[in-house]
Write a protein that binds this ligand. Structure first.
Ligand code: AMP
Ligand code: MG
Length: 397
């Protein structure tokens, strides 16, 4: 059996990034930039005032000046400021030609057409020069950036209304099992509801993909075969169940009939030993265990990094250090992921408190978990205060 680390390397090597597509700014949220983005305009687009006050020449400080006009935001003054003159100006308004300083209105006294300036200040004061933020032609957003609200705002300020982003990976999700029913269906004898399908689809969405629910295949070659065929055109196929060594675990066989190039199908991990990876006509296939906790823990460990790779993002460690808030037994050879609650300790550090029930069939425990404590193979018994690595499961994830 290969280790989680080796399995992850092999899985990521099998994921190529999707092609690029153009989307309008509102649709770019959460997408990954496929190309550098260059500013089309300067920001600010001209020298502008940072204050409400008077635009004048720095040489004319501490004097009484003639007010010759007004420059408001969007309505610039068209004349030129000469010696002994000032222009009433407002925040964001263009600095009129001739002026090289702005005096705050608090530092002036207005009397009809005259204004007396009570301060002495140098040229450039309270002026935001053209291009202070960026100039045309400057690359302000780089390929590989995940676009959040601030990056979308920056693109808008650059006067760029469309962005080239990675196409959302289309991820086919196939649940398997004669006993599995759709949520909400009346349950027959021996049936259980599919929690994997909806959970995996939701995870794919959170991770920036478009889930394509293929449905629930029966444990028969015909049923599986028909549904596998429907994964055509997807960037990734994820199956759940049917991956162990029981009589009805035929997912691998059926995929092989479709031309699966198997990479591995067992890893040293708990929960989730029967994890399969391969490629079906160049489309990566991730075969998850059917057990709902195993399926989801494997999805967090493998599917999440795969979704990054499919969007052209580099892999990154999902682990952070935490203080153990309970006792955990010594581990065997399989790297283990324990469901845990997460708290902030008095010094601001994470404290991970392992759930007392680690049964991999307990879905409610996984839903309540805020972190997974990683237990390396052969880790000795862990006591409160020990440092452990955890994968944080933030709200909404
Ligand atoms: P299998 O790998 O098919 O033997 O499934 C292992 C366990 O996971 C069995 O108890 C199945 O009933 C359960 N299981 C399989 N698929 C799902 C699913 N989509 N939703 C919930 N439980 C499932
Ligand atoms: Mg099954």
């Amino acid at each position: 059996m290969i280790t989680v680390e080796v399995a992850l390397e092999r899985v990521l090597a099998g994921c190529k990034s999707t092609t690029a597509e153009m989307v309008a700014l509102p649709a770019a949220l959460g997408r990954v930039l496929a190309e550098d983005v260059t500013a089309r305009v300067a920001h600010p687009p001209m020298d502008v005032s940072a204050m409400d006050g008077y635009a004048l020449r720095a040489a004319d400080m501490a004097q009484s000046l003639t007010v010759i006009g007004e420059s408001a935001a969007g309505r610039p003054f068209t004349g030129t400021v000469s010696a002994g003159q000032a222009v009433r100006i407002f925040t964001g308004a263009a600095i009129p030609p001739g002026a090289d300083s702005v005096v705050m209105q608090e530092d002036s006294t207005r009397d009809g057409d005259l204004v007396s300036i009570s301060v002495v200040q140098t040229a450039g004061k309270h002026i935001r020069p053209m291009g202070l933020d960026f100039s045309p032609g400057q690359v302000m957003l780089s390929a590989g950036t995940i676009l959040g609200p601030r990056q979308i705002g920056l693109a808008a300020a650059m006067n760029v209304p469309w962005l080239s982003v990675r196409r959302r990976p289309r991820v086919a999700i196939l649940s398997t099992g004669d006993e599995i029913a759709m949520p909400g269906e009346p349950l027959g004898a021996g049936q259980i509801v599919s929690s994997n399908g909806p959970a995996l689809a939701a995870l794919v969405s959170v991770l920036g993909g478009d889930p394509v629910q293929l449905g629930i295949a029966k444990d028969s070659r015909d049923s599986l075969s028909a549904m596998v065929a429907a994964a055509k055109g997807c960037d990734l196929l994820v199956t759940s169940g049917g991956a162990s060594e029981g009589d009805y675990d035929i997912v691998q066989d059926v995929l092989a009939e479709h031309g699966l190039k198997l990479d591995f199908w067992k890893i040293a991990m708990r929960p989730g030993k029967p994890l399969m990876f391969g490629a079906l006509k160049h489309v990566p296939v991730l075969g998850l265990p059917g057990n709902p906790v195993s399926a989801m823990v494997c999805a967090y460990v493998f599917l999440a990094p795969m979704m990054r790779a499919l969007q052209g993002l580099p892999s990154r460690t999902a682990l952070v250090p935490a203080v153990l808030g309970g006792t955990v037994r010594a581990n065997d050879a399989r790297q283990e992921y324990l469901r845990a609650a997460l708290e902030r300790g008095t010094d601001g550090q994470w404290v991970a408190i392992p759930h007392s029930r680690q049964d991999s069939a307990v879905i409610s425990g996984l839903a309540a978990a805020q972190a997974l404590i990683l237990r390396p193979s052969h880790a000795p018994e862990g006591k409160p205060g020990d440092t452990v690595s955890v994968m944080v499961l933030p709200e909404g994830f």
